[in-house]
Design a protein around this ligand. Sequence first.
Ligand code: PLP
Length: 394
Amino acid sequence: MISSENDQLISSTPVYFYDLNLLEDTLSAIVTASQSKQQFVHYAFKANSNKPILNLILKYGLGADCVSGNEIKLALDSGFPPSSIVFAGVGKTDDEICYALENEIFCFNCESIQEIEVINGHANRLNKKAHVAIRINPNVDAHTHAFITTGVNENKFGIGVHQLEAVLELIRVSENIVIEGIHFHIGSQITKMYVFRELCAKINQINAWFVKQGIQLNHINVGGGLGIDYDFPDVNPIADFQHYFNLFDQFIVRDEKQRLHFELGRSIVGQCGSLLSKVLYLKEGISTNFVICDAGMTELIRPALYQAQHQIDNYSSCNSKTERYDVVGPICESSDCFGRGVKLPLTKRGDIVAIRSAGAYGEVMASGYNLRRKVESIYSHQSVRSAIQNFSVN
Ligand SMILES: *Cc1c(COP(=O)(O)O)cnc(C)c1O
């Protein structure tokens, strides 16, 4: 997009800004680190499903990880081959299952015994084979925020290891089910690499158990969850993919025919997006000063929902003096706060602040609460800093 158009859009805050150069650099780092090892990466659509972003991801040859029928439809409409699509989720509806069967997707990641029965029934009626992986809850603590942990026994996700025998019995008598693999996804924003090593150890035990039952699985899908650096997005704009993919390659014991699959969301799109917001008002409180923005939890709910912290920058202020502010939105909820005691250059009405690292689980979770209009987005080939600085001098 040419910069005068961007200028116009920057003035239409709140607006999501996407740095497509950073997205491309991230994708090429992923391709370099994974393809040499014959690993296949699916992109988790739920993190961000904007067309220009999907187009770039497709260009780099990634597959799709979908959690609804509409996501599968979007993947197909965007040109993702059916053979690259996996379908996860604890509550797949009958319509969604039939849609996925008719379109012959690569694999259903099955999350309960009853779901396998239902898929088999529909596949039988439609005269299709359903290729499935068993999503197993490995009971590994992801050491991330409790709200985004998915792989311990008390979570709703996956099938417990104690049920695997029953699953195999069911699959043996389900004529329209073909078992392809096993699937794991233990949580999101995982920054401690030893968590993934623990996962590998559990996977090895489970894979060995399948071999003992006489079942050679075609693939092992280790899910996603690789974290990003919310504290220092400019220092670490790209996650350490080399380390991540090497780790699984090194620690998962497998047959050379068994392929490793990944489902990454946040680490692909998280850092390329920022939420831009105009400062409406400054207000002096008793113990703190408030920057009141035109963006709120309706555009970015992560701080309110998960106590997430995002770096906040004010590039439009040239003031060398700094001040601490509570940066808040206009929504009628006290949790509508992007950060407390945030150090910013002296800020005034009309400044544009950038709430960084908002590319994943940002725009997709926007809501219309308070009858807010739907947030728009800008795609750029410059960094958010230079876009705002260029805008400010105009
Ligand atoms: C959300 C999700 C992912 C992606 O997780 P990230 O933390 O964004 O990498 C992968 N697999 C499944 C099954 C998911 O639900």
